[in-house]
Ligand binder design. Structure first.
Ligand code: EPU
Length: 339
């Protein structure tokens, strides 16, 4: 059975690279170890933090309880027909490696989600999305351990209640379910390509490439590598804030004052603003104080250049939020979990 370690430095286990400590730490390599863990005094007597790839959180202090890192591995492929394939991956598989594996089998559906940091098991929690595609578009089902009943349960897409960077696992199911495996429904031929995002079209033209699942993935990789810092080099958690949604009335006012305001119209008539644009206009792009900063190429990404502490990043986020609110009267909500 796994070993529970004490006073464990979490720096390698969060992509922000924050050197906070866990009082106890354990890594699980099989979902069968969950019932064992539940019997352990370190589990029963402490607050518990379940961790995947640590790519969507900011640690602001040492964690006084037990951190459980889910490291289940394994991928299965099941052809339902010559066109439709189910791919099931264990929670601890790296998301981008899964994307690459699917591409190597010529399976389509998640190519726009290339290079998103994090693990498979956390992808449904915030319904990861990029370049016009979200996880929910290919999601088939997931398997989770219910901490309340002690049973494994399955969830369909509807049951997951996916929304923009949102799901049941951030709402009523928060803290209750441990996602152990995710199944996607992918295409083996006649792929539905999504090149609606302007940057992808431009990148394909630049490469002189026909759209295919492979060239789209490469375009996404190129775009992301140009704009977004690689967490292995500069600590970050991707977009720190969500893109805020406002009503049309407020938008009309803002647009009069700022005609270039970056935005997208949503189906219900409300308007999603690009938080990166707001933050840049408020003067924060490229700002740096010590090792905490706002990325010079994408203002929505806060970065740790090395030794920034959680409170330093949190303080910077607070300053950015306050300044955007005073300039635009728009409230930014963190996308990242602050712990
Ligand atoms: N913009 C600026 N300045 C900036 C950044 C962006 O003016 O510093 C403008 C851009 O010019 C563009 C607009 O804002 O007009 C949107 O920028 P971008 O295409 O970079 O996307 P985003 O809305 O900032 C979202 C996701 C990203 C995802 C991209 C691509 C959220 C919170 N973020 O960012 O997801 O990769 O779209 O689809 O929805 C993540 O969640 O961690 C993440 C990186």
């Amino acid at each position: 059975m796994p070993q529970i370690q004490e006073d464990f430095n979490l720096k390698e286990y969060n992509t922000f690279g924050i050197a906070a400590k866990a009082r106890f730490f354990v890594q699980l390599t099989s979902e069968d170890e969950i019932p064992w863990l539940l019997e352990q005094p370190e589990y029963q007597e402490n607050q518990v933090l379940w961790l995947g790839g640590g790519s969507n959180m900011l640690l602001t202090k040492d964690f006084a309880g037990l951190v459980v890192q889910l490291n289940f591995k394994g991928t299965e492929v099941q052809y339902l027909s010559d066109e439709v394939v189910l791919v099931s991956a264990a929670a601890g598989e790296n998301w981008h490696q899964l994307v690459q594996y699917c591409l190597s089998l010529n399976l389509g559906g998640i190519e726009n989600l290339a290079l998103i940091p994090g693990n498979v098991g956390t992808a449904p929690i915030q319904n990861i999305g990029a370049y016009g595609v979200e996880l929910k578009d290919t999601f088939y089902q997931l398997r989770a351990f219910d901490l309340q009943t002690g049973q494994f349960v399955g969830f369909t897409a509807d049951e997951c209640q996916f929304g923009y960077r949102d799901s049941l696992f951030k709402k009523a199911g928060k803290g209750r379910y441990i996602i152990t495996q995710v199944t996607l429904r992918l295409s083996a031929k006649n792929h539905k390509l999504n090149t609606s995002y302007g940057a992808i079209q431009q990148e394909l033209e630049k490469q002189g490439a026909e759209a295919s699942i492979h060239t789209i993935a490469q375009a996404v990789i190129n775009i992301r590598s140009q704009k977004l810092p690689n967490p292995a080099e500069i600590g970050n958690s991707g977009s720190f804030f969500k893109n805020p949604v406002i009503d049309n009335g407020q938008f009309s006012q803002l647009e009069k004052q700022y005609p270039g305001i970056a935005h997208y119209k949503l189906q219900d008539g409300s308007i999603k603003l690009a938080a990166g644009w707001l933050i840049e206009q408020a003067g924060w792009k490229g700002y740096r104080n010590g090792d905490a900063g706002v990325h010079p190429k994408q203002a929505l990404v806060l970065v740790n250049y090395g030794k920034a502490t959680g409170p330093e990043i949190e303080d910077l986020a607070h300053q950015v939020k306050t300044s955007v609110f005073s300039k635009f009267a728009v409230n930014l909500e963190p996308e990242v979990n602050i712990i």
